[in-house]
Write a protein that binds this ligand. Structure first.
Ligand SMILES: [Zn+2]
Length: 116
């Protein structure tokens, strides 16, 4: 199911508000935090926001199955849609769950799971 830009925006805003509320709750419960504790709390919030933003962008892209399929990075021929699969990816912005089509090149017997 593909969401509209306004729906994605509303979802991200709700998640951002929740992350900010969590930080403020932590602040209330932690009267005299040291700098390391503050860093950890803020980094945790940043990671949450990053994961949610990346997830939203990936889901918006994954909603469309590209026609023609992507080109094989080795032989540059069109790759063919194989199936949809879910994968958990450790990225630079945190852990992402990606559900989308993956592609296969018969010539090179190589598969591709966009965005790579
Ligand atoms: Zn190939």
């Amino acid at each position: 199911m593909s969401l509209t830009r306004a729906e994605i925006r509303a979802k991200l805003l709700a998640e951002a508000e929740q992350a900010i509320d969590d930080l403020l709750d932590w602040t209330d419960q932690t009267p005299r935090p040291n700098l390391t504790q503050i860093e950890n709390a803020v980094l945790k919030m940043r990671r949450q926001l990053s994961e949610q933003a990346a997830q939203a962008v990936i889901e918006a892209q994954g909603a469309q199955r590209p026609v023609p399929g992507p080109l094989c990075p080795t032989c540059q021929r069109e790759m063919h849609y194989k199936d949809t699969k879910a994968q958990t990816v450790e990225s630079r912005v945190g852990q992402l769950r990606i559900v989308r089509g993956y592609y296969y090149c018969e010539t090179c017997q190589q598969s591709l799971f966009p965005p790579g």
